[in-house]
Design a protein around this ligand. Structure first.
Ligand SMILES: [Zn+2]
Length: 75
């Protein structure tokens, strides 16, 4: 339970056309660019977010998940 493995699948919803697609996240890197499969818009992370999954995905990226799990454990 403490070593819960991160969720690697996130559904990104395009803010331009609302098209959503399930994507697999890399475990050790942040993805800063994402090209919408619906309209072709290139998405960038919002200010304060480390990657497009944190900004537009249903699940934040693995490093953020690990951070969240750690902060819950430390409280
Ligand atoms: Zn789009």
């Amino acid at each position: 339970m403490l070593e819960a493995s991160p969720i690697l699948s996130s559904t990104i919803t395009c803010p331009v056309c609302r098209f959503s697609a399930a994507e697999t996240m890399p475990t050790d890197a942040c993805q800063h660019l994402y090209e919408c499969k619906g309209c072709g818009a290139v998405l960038l992370p919002k200010a304060g977010d480390c990657c497009v999954f944190c900004s537009y995905g249903t699940v934040p990226c693995p490093p953020i998940q690990a951070q969240a799990a750690k902060s819950i454990r430390d409280v």
